[in-house]
Design a protein around this ligand. Structure first.
Ligand code: PMP
Ligand code: GLU
Length: 403
């Protein structure tokens, strides 16, 4: 008799990451020789800057090819401390820093260290796909608080306060935000910080897109609003987006010593340590020349301006609405006006997931459904790709909307 494996309750309900699944679907079509206009994954299309790649080679040559301390090497923790002092005037000690296998792993470690059954975690929607999945894995409840396009997809202090209950363990803030590109103003952040202090709620501030800021948008690290706020802030960030290092898998957490220690224990049981070579390369990224960061940001800004221009045209032609992204590399747009109408190839759809499927099948344009981000009716486009590809893909999207 064949053995029937019964999955754990957590894994019976766990869905694959929708962003990664959408990218895999686009790749599958490409492997069949079809030209796909792929705007699914949020990752810089640039190669990692040369001096960082060279630091990795030097690390290998120097024999840094072994296990490291589970929570990361002291030199990298010290470099992270230098980074926050240099960029934000914040002083942290290395024992407040934990290096993990990408910011996604950092988030998982924070949630797993703090949350369990009976706990609630406040998550403003639209949220990045993994937030709710990682909360639910611990048995805690994700309390989803919807934000609107009219507010630029930002959570107000009133909404935050109203969502707090005696069971609230954590609030998850993502600034700038994936999938909306929303960037909070310093005043908005200060208002949220005030609630966190008054109600004594820790905030996980995911700042992975901190260097990708456009126009006159200002970025403020959540921990910069005074010591009482800093005490309640757990910062997550990393090298993936700013330094085009998604494949190197290095993220970090900065938080209270006891939480960092718990996360280190967890990580030592889970993964031993983040990649030794990537850790040395990340020191070069943080301490080395920063011109490439700005050069990539400028390129992303050009793409953003182009894409925003195109969506403004689509707003008047097809009623597609969106809030202009102040950061990150996504446009999150509403396609509800196209529901029930004849689209490209004669297709009629009634939700964003079917919209994305029909668009991929008819026009070979790959996007991610807003359903995955807790925002029905919306679709996410990543503009972390060339203007030429964006132009061709948006032409095809327009033709599809025109029917
Ligand atoms: N947070 C957000 C909001 C993200 O979009 C991502 C993925 N790009 C991450 C965290 C994880 O980043 P990393 O690649 O460092 O795991
Ligand atoms: N965070 C990126 C995205 O949203 C990469 C994919 C992922 O890690 O889920 O596209």
């Amino acid at each position: 008799m064949p053995l029937e494996y019964r999955l754990s309750p957590a894994c019976q309900t766990l869905k694959p990451s929708a962003t990664i699944a959408a990218a895999a679907k686009a790749k599958e079509l490409k492997s069949k020789g079809i030209k796909v206009y792929d705007f699914t994954l949020g990752e810089p299309d640039f190669n990692t800057p040369q001096h960082i790649r060279e630091a990795a080679v030097a690390a290998m040559d120097a024999g840094h090819t072994h296990y490291t301390a589970s929570g990361g090497i002291l030199e990298l923790k010290q470099a992270v401390c230098r980074l926050y002092e240099r960029d934000y005037g914040l002083k942290f000690a290395p024992n407040q820093v934990l290096i993990s296998n990408g910011a996604k792993h950092s988030i998982h470690n924070v949630i797993t260290s703090l949350c369990g059954p009976g706990d609630e975690v406040i998550i403003p929607t639209p949220y990045w796909v993994s937030y709710s999945a990682l909360v639910e894995l611990t048995g805690a409840t994700a309390v989803l608080v919807p934000t609107t396009e009219a507010s630029g997809f930002t959570l107000s202090a009133e909404q935050f306060a109203a969502a707090i209950t005696p069971r609230t363990k954590l609030m998850m803030l993502n600034n700038p935000c994936n999938p909306t590109g929303a960037a909070y103003t310093p005043a908005q952040l200060e208002a949220l910080a005030k609630v966190a202090v008054e109600k004594n709620i820790p905030v996980l501030s995911d700042e992975i897109y901190e260097k990708l800021i456009y126009g006159d948008t200002q970025f403020r690290c959540f921990a910069t609003f005074g010591s009482e706020v800093a005490e309640r802030t757990i910062i997550v960030s990393g090298v993936s987006k700013a330094y085009a290092m998604t494949g190197w898998r290095i993220g970090w957490t900065i938080g209270p010593v006891d939480v960092i220690k718990a996360m280190d224990n967890l990580q030592s049981q889970e993964t031993s340590n983040p990649c030794s070579i990537s850790q040395y390369a990340s020191i070069a990224a943080i301490d080395g020349p920063q011109e490439s960061v700005e050069a990539m940001r400028v390129e992303f800004e050009k793409r953003r301006d182009y894409v925003v221009g195109r969506f403004n045209e689509m707003r008047s032609k097809f009623g597609v609405t969106f809030a202009e992204p102040g950061g990150a590399f996504y446009v999150f747009f509403n396609v509800e006006k196209s529901f029930g109408k004849k689209l490209g190839g004669g297709r009629v759809v009634n939700n964003a997931t079917d919209f994305c499927t029909a668009l991929l099948e008819e026009a070979h344009v790959a996007l991610v459904t807003g359903d995955a981000f807790g925002a029905p009716g919306y679709v996410r486009l990543s503009f972390a790709t060339s203007i030429e590809l964006l132009q061709a893909g948006l032409d095809r999207l327009e033709a599809f909307l025109a029917g």
